[in-house]
Design a binder for this molecule. Structure first.
Ligand code: TZD
Ligand code: CA
Length: 536
């Protein structure tokens, strides 16, 4: 007779879920016991790494990824990474092991007390099955919930004694179910939206991460070319929805209300697709929109639609809707605006300016490389100097929670073995989930990690200027030896500080066929302020 364990693995298999990312504890051992041969367990040394790798993997493939965490403590360690997954609409199934049902009421060690409550509000659905028989139904519902509507993480807590229980029901029909979400706009609603677009004299398009997540980039190009209008990437975008070498591409909008208004001034219609309106960061009071402008939003997320402070919103799936728009919008006359942004010219300095490094990287990186960015003070420079041409070329922490870059890079490389993944990470950010290096080494996942060392939390120094808080402790992180840490985790490391050393290290790393870390001292806010990177 089949057990809960057998049927749950059948179900996972039917949905193409064959990897389990995790860190085990006693409550999880019965689920992991006799892992079927066609499944692979990817061991991570810390739960933030497990969730981060699964997030990268799920985002890169657009399929659900299963994470197995240890009770409340393991869930807690993964919560920062869950914030990023939640904001990225990443379809994660997080399953935590629970204590034995027979003892739950008296709260033995490693009980996940009020388990379903713990991960809220960072999950779409959270549940602990009331009986072992309910486990496969719960897993089935979790998978469908994570994937459909606006995708996002879900959470399950399963008592460990459930797995060996026999199940004499035939659940073949359950394991085969499909739930499809492919909403386009109905004709009336589409006509209303097209009307607004056709009446506009000077429209502008703003695209967000969900266009890339929906793999709708080609329809976005078609729409923009038909509208003959400029396109901006939405502020703090966690993915790149549009080729940055296209003539219509203007750059990434900043995260301030007044700045966005200023940059979009002159447009009478702002068409936002696949992004919240907007993800602001620094508080810059002002008017949400430039004078005379209207805004329309197309989003897969009803919460994004409801909470936008301005504009009408259409809730539908991004790919079919972009296709509809691209097909039905009338070709506008006029010439495509010329790409106006000229790259700044930067002198060779010691240490090197990040601009110089990104130019080298852009030259050497293979054509379809994937870049994961967690170098917070250089994000604008990265968008200026690196070229993102194809779908799935750029990733950034969607909630701004550090500790995303290294594990996400590992997960993305695992999902996309034919494309080279580079993780570009600051010397502050590299410490939050550095154990990802061990998983990269042990499973031979050939990510190239590049640590930019400016000795400080550069972005916070910038923010301290914005807020006028010039006297804050704890902003510097001098003297961390990342090559030694990498070698300690089994990853080959290079220290490179000049242009020649960097080219050499990149070329060597690209031929290794295994993960590598390159540590580079770079110019940052400390040098601008005349301070030294060491012992500041
Ligand atoms: N902790 C977590 C989990 N997420 C955060 N975003 C922060 C702290 C705050 N924080 C930022 O938002 S940026 C930043 C911190 C500490 C500095 C990162 O420094 P870095 O990069 O060295 O990685 P730069 O280029 O020097 O800014
Ligand atoms: Ca730094």
């Amino acid at each position: 007779m089949k057990t809960v364990h057998d049927i749950t693995y059948d179900l996972l298999r039917q949905h193409g879920i064959k990897k389990v990312f995790g860190n085990p504890g006693s409550n999880e051992l019965p689920f992991l016991n006799n892992l079927p041969d066609d499944f692979e367990y990817i061991l991570t040394l810390q739960e933030a790494v497990a969730v981060g790798i699964a997030d990268g993997y799920a985002q890169a493939l657009g399929t659900p990824a299963l994470v197995n965490l240890h009770s409340a403590a393991g869930t807690g360690n993964g919560m920062g990474a869950l914030a990023n997954a939640w904001n990225a609409h990443s379809p994660l199934i997080i399953m935590a092991g629970q204590q034995n049902r027979a003892m739950l009421g008296i709260e033995p060690l490693l009980t996940n007390v009020d388990a379903a409550f713990l991960p809220k509000p960072l999950v779409k659905w959270s549940h602990e099955p009331a009986s072992p028989q309910e486990v496969p139904y719960t897993m089935s519902r979790a998978i469908h919930t994570a994937l459909s509507d606006a995708p996002g993480p879900v959470y399950l807590s399963v008592p460990y004694d459930d797995w060996e229980k026999p199940l004499n029901e035939d659940l073949t029909a359950l394991t085969k179910r499909k739930v499809k979400s492919a909403r386009a706009l109905d004709n009336n609603v589409l006509a209303e939206l097209l009307d607004k677009i056709h009446q506009s004299i000077n429209p502008v398009v703003v695209l967000g991460a969900d266009v890339d997540a929906a793999q709708a980039n080609d329809y976005a190009i078609e729409l923009v070319e038909k509208l003959n209008c400029p396109i901006w990437v939405a502020p703090l975008a966690s993915r790149c929805p549009f080729p940055t070498n296209h003539a219509a591409f203007q750059g990434v909008l900043p995260g301030g209300i007044a700045s966005i208004s200023r940059l979009l001034d002159g447009h009478d219609l702002i068409i936002v697709i696949g992004a919240p309106v907007f993800r602001y960061h620094q508080f810059e009071p002002g008017s949400y929109l430039p004078k005379g402008a209207d805004l329309v939003l197309i989003t897969c997320d009803v919460n994004e639609a409801a909470r936008a402070p301005i504009g009408d919103a259409w809730v539908s799936d991004i790919k079919p809707t972009l296709k509809q728009l691209a097909e039905n919008v009338v070709q506008r006359d006029g010439v495509m605006p010329e790409l106006t942004v000229a790259k700044s010219v930067v002198n060779i300095t010691t240490p090197l300016k990040p601009e110089t490094f990104f130019d080298i990287l852009n030259d050497i990186a293979p054509e379809d490389s994937i870049f994961v960015n967690e170098s917070t003070s250089t994000t604008d420079i990265i968008w200026e100097r690196l070229t993102f041409k194809s779908q799935g070329s750029y990733y950034f922490a969607a909630a701004g929670g550090l500790g995303f870059g290294m594990p996400a890079g590992v997960g993305i490389q695992l999902a996309k073995p034919d494309r080279q993944v580079f993780v570009i990470i600051g010397d502050g950010s590299a410490n939050y989930s550095i154990q990802a290096l061990w998983t990269a080494a042990k499973y031979n996942i050939p990510v190239i990690f590049i640590v930019l060392k400016n000795g400080t939390y550069g972005a916070l120094r910038w923010f301290a200027d914005v807020l006028g808080t010039g006297n804050v402790p704890g902003l510097d992180v001098p003297d961390i030896h990342f090559s030694a840490l990498a070698e300690g985790y089994g990853v080959e490391a290079f220290q490179a500080n000049t242009c020649e050393e960097i080219k050499d290290a990149l070329n060597k790393a690209l031929t290794l066929g295994k993960p590598a870390l390159i540590e580079i001292e770079t110019w940052g806010k400390l040098q601008d302020e005349g301070l030294n990177i060491h012992n500041s």
